[in-house]
Design a binder for this molecule. Sequence first.
Ligand SMILES: *Cc1c(COP(=O)(O)O)cnc(C)c1O
Length: 438
Amino acid sequence: MRYYSTNGQAPLATLEKAVVRGLAEDRGLYMPESIRPLGSAFFDNIQDMTLHEIALAVADRFFGEDIPAERLKEIVCDTLSFDIPILKVTDTIYSLELFHGPTLAFKDVGARFMARLLAYFVRGGQHAANAGREVNVLVATSGDTGSAVANGFLGVEGVHVYVLYPKGKVSPIQECQFTTLGRNITAIEVDGVFDDCQALVKSAFMDADLCRHMMLTSANSINVARFLPQSFYYFHAYAQMKRLGKADNLVACVPSGNFGNICSALFGKRMGLPIKRFIAANNANDIFFDYLRTGVYSPKPSVQTIANAMDVGDPSNFARIYDLYGKSHEAIRADISGASYSDTQIADTMRECLSSNGYLLDPHGACGYRALQEGLREGETGFFLETAHPAKFKQVVDDITGGDVEIPGRLAAFMRGKKQSVPMPKDFPSFKEYLMQA
Ligand SMILES: *Cc1c(COP(=O)(O)O)cnc(C)c1O
């Protein structure tokens, strides 16, 4: 499969190039040249298939031409070593729990898949251009991305990960998930804010000396290897709903920030997945919601909320959705509607859902649950993605519910580890000097 750029000014790329580069030369996002549908026989039998069988069939449509079947099977099974259950919350609303992976957030799947795909290429792949080279992954994080990427790449030979995070601005639970790992993971504690971390990463990619010195790549959701595998969730959710006899008039609701997750769902629909429509649930960062109403896309600076993994003022995957729908506002609106909630509304929703249904939401999932509560029409059944375990946001969740959410064993284990990080000023020359000596 070849990949084109949403900006249309870059040459077509192989899968390997798209994964190693991340962004196209013209700063556009890579898109697969074709989306191959799964036939009706697949959907007729999907309720009898396991998560691995479903994911493998989907992965084959995207990556089957480029990765030998046996290798792809290993990558898929290794990536999905945990369950993705769907739970009934009300008569018409179900929760797809994506937080049973190593760092208790949905980014685990994409990060693990990308790590294994990159490892395949650097280990020699099929005529891989980058065989034998060490790849250095730079990732700036305000929390969730760093932990998922660091854990996804932990121990992967030939790849070194540098996680840049703002000193004192990341919750202690999140911090220990990428500072206690060691091995091929280096945590860099930047004396600045998240934007400084991101600026350092961007400057590094543009620095000619550094790029000659070492092979650099990024692991955020613009990477095709991170975002495409997220479509597995939606096929698996559909299979589970079909088993429950609830697959008709199905609505999927996705708490969205950079829109990578919902974008993968829309690819799923293009492959034939019978989901009727989608809702993108936002916090106060309502750029997409505004676009749906007005037809004008105008990015804004992000505002801080209690659902902070969705604090995005210029969602990077908007370009992909726009391209997928032929730049048509009408076509986008026909498949996707939106919602936007303030912190007060999120908190109210968390309390309401706990008292009415006995189900504890995290602040991100709360946006999804509420958007279904308000948006489902007669005869529809909805599921929302519960994108993180409430314990990841313990302080916020306990303050809102007055409870004491239990920290799962996996998280507690991270917290017992020893913190190791490299202190770094926020100026680029210091960071460059550090990398040149690494
Ligand atoms: C990253 C993240 C989101 C947003 O996902 P996008 O793909 O960026 O839209 C939502 N919830 C949680 C917990 C996240 O970590």
